[in-house]
Ligand binder design. Structure first.
Ligand SMILES: O=C(O)CCC(=O)C(=O)O
Length: 346
């Protein structure tokens, strides 16, 4: 399809090498790469993430407090949970999905010229893994990664349905993110204005993901294993499934729930909470026949914001978000993947 990025062409060398390796390792079961390949396929179970009904926050004091405690507990034990009655209507979620489908249906050439076609700045449209050095570092996906202030600017200019839908989505999801961050801080004993002051629309991002069908789903990820570099992420996924996360040292698959939004803790909250809340590795696997869509909202501070733990003794040294992003980008360039928080241990 001319809307799909040229994965086959870009990844040809990796695929050619992989078939040679597989042929060799089929005769020699000792090969580590081969074991790694197996790991994509082995999923131990499909799970329901902890499900939290946010309407309980509006009920009496003790119900609200219990709900907050569940949010904090899930963030410690899973790093992931899902919420219902989150304030984003199912009409808006559906509209977002259909606008997203339309934009990805455009030809690859058109999407690659996003600054002309969608009025987004260069670099908004991304696909694959430009820095990959092995088959395991490939991503079979494409995305629009858009700063919120660009979304608000396009919507104000009345450009199209996509912009106004993204704006409505971003606005409602932003207030949910702030609410959750404040609850998580409060549960650590910190009633603070930190998130309100530092995580502004100009510093947060919306990412529309598409995972095209992949001819070799057992060998290539839709998105490589990673943790998110933000405070927290709010994700809406469609019915196809494919998101997996690490729980108790095993990969498990997240069962899609159309009503729910998925929340996951990012690296910055892990650092800020001094390892109380967990930023957990997750990945997306591909599907042979069906394309998959998801929309992610990244709750980030400005680059100047200093991240330091809310209690002593601190596990991580103090760092700015800009410094963190820079180190992540350097590691991806040099090593093919992110190192993340371990670089910032005291
Ligand atoms: O598509 C998904 O389910 C996960 C997306 C994700 O992890 C990301 O955009 O960073």
């Amino acid at each position: 399809m001319d809307s799909d990025p040229p994965f086959h062409k870009a990844y040809k060398t990796f695929f050619d090498n992989a078939s040679t390796t597989t042929a060799t390792t089929n005769n020699n079961n000792n090969n580590k790469d081969n074991k790694d390949q197996e790991a994509i396929k082995v999923i131990f179970e499909e799970c329901e993430l902890p499900l939290i009904d946010l309407r309980r926050l509006e009920l009496g004091d003790s119900e609200g407090e219990e709900c907050k405690s569940e949010i904090a507990r899930a963030s410690q034990e899973w790093g992931f949970f899902q919420v219902v009655n989150h304030g984003i209507s199912s009409e808006l979620l559906q509209k977002m999905k259909s606008e997203q489908e339309k934009v990805f249906q455009q030809s690859f050439d058109k999407k690659s010229q996003e600054h002309k076609y969608l009025n987004f700045s260069a670099g908004t449209y991304r696909w694959g893994s430009p820095t990959a050095t092995s088959l395991r570092q490939l991503s079979w996906s494409e995305a629009f990664h858009i700063p919120l202030n660009k979304i608000f600017a396009s919507s104000a200019a009345g450009l199209d349905d996509l912009s106004s839908t993204m704006e409505q989505f971003a606005t409602t999801v932003s207030s949910l993110a702030l609410k959750l961050a404040e609850i998580l801080a409060e549960k650590l004993g910190h009633k603070s204005t930190f998130f309100h002051e530092n995580c502004l629309p100009s510093t947060c991002y919306l990412r529309m993901n598409r995972y095209p069908p992949c001819p070799i789903p057992s060998e290539v990820f839709g998105l490589m294993p990673h943790t998110d570099s933000d405070f927290l992420t709010i994700l809406h996924q469609d019915q196809v499934g494919g998101l997996q996360l690490v729980k108790d040292d095993r990969w498990i698959a997240v069962k899609p729930n159309p009503e729910a939004l998925i929340i996951n803790i990012g690296d910055l909250f892990q650092a800020w909470s001094n390892n109380v809340y967990k930023s957990v590795q997750h990945r997306v696997v591909t599907n042979l026949q069906v394309e998959r869509f998801s929309t992610a909202y990244f709750f980030c501070p400005s680059y100047e914001t200093m991240i330091e733990s809310c209690c002593e003794p601190s596990v991580y040294r103090k760092f700015s978000f800009g410094e963190y992003r820079h180190q992540v980008q350097e590691d991806v360039k040099q090593l093919g993947s992110k190192v993340g928080l371990p670089r910032f241990l005291v």
